[in-house]
Write a protein that binds this ligand. Structure first.
Ligand SMILES: [Zn+2]
Length: 232
């Protein structure tokens, strides 16, 4: 079982007693199906999200966007387009607050406000959650679980930010993607992200997938085949 949360259920309340284990890869199912999940964090961004969506559409690739509530609120048309293009939406908190600096009450607001904005735009609550910086903290996960979301991290990062986010490194790490991977990338520009460098190599990478017999899926697409593995 991928999501190993231990939950104590009483008649009146639900208490989570252990930090849940997040989904980090697609496991055996992904390997057998030659499937992989591309994920883009910190958007939507008015410059890079449309550019990435154009590239994904050109190669009929499906992905998942872990969006910030504050950006979704500012650019609702980009959320609409992500969904219209067949991709999944995940919740990445409202303002990208560091989980270790967030009170339980702040975590609750960050998560619920973001889900409410996504629902207002798309009509559907997100069922995927990714904490900022991938940092696991109990208070934040309790809130995500209570909002019926599965926490998804990654097993392969393109490191498209900071000093390592140059073009050579990004290209090398894109080439190393293999079946079963959940891949971390960024469309938002915060925290020294380099979606501009990513965009230079994404078309070549996507065009190589047919030859490698690899198939991109959205998380909702994977979930449709394996719901039991992703229920908290
Ligand atoms: Zn982030």
């Amino acid at each position: 079982m991928i999501f190993k949360s231990i939950i104590e259920k009483t008649f009146h309340q639900q208490t989570i007693t252990r930090l849940p284990t997040p989904v980090k890869s697609l496991g055996d199912f992904g390997k057998a199906a030659r499937a992989l999940c591309l994920t883009f964090d910190d958007g939507p961004d008015p410059v890079y999200t449309p550019a990435l969506l154009d590239v994904l559409a050109a190669y009929n690739a499906k992905a998942t966007f872990f969006v910030l509530g504050e950006a979704a609120k500012q650019y609702p048309h980009l959320i609409e387009r992500i969904v219209a293009d067949g991709h999944s939406i995940g919740n990445h908190t409202f303002s990208h607050v560091h989980p270790w600096l967030s009170s339980a009450e702040r975590a609750r607001h960050e998560i619920l406000a973001t889900s409410a904005i996504v629902k207002q735009i798309t009509g559907t609550l997100p069922r995927w959650f990714r904490p900022p910086y991938g940092r696991m903290r109990l208070a934040m996960h309790q809130q995500a679980q209570r909002a019926n979301m599965t926490t998804v991290l990654w097993n392969h990062s393109i490191i498209d930010w900071g000093l390592l986010g140059g073009t050579a490194g990004i290209r090398t790490r894109l080439e190393k993607i293999s079946a079963g991977d959940i891949v971390l990338m960024h469309d938002g520009q915060r925290d020294h992200n380099r979606p501009d460098n990513l965009l230079r190599f994404l078309p070549d990478f996507l065009s190589s997938l047919t030859e490698k017999k690899l198939y991109t899926w959205s998380l909702d697409g994977i979930y449709a085949f394996q719901p039991d593995k992703y229920n908290a």
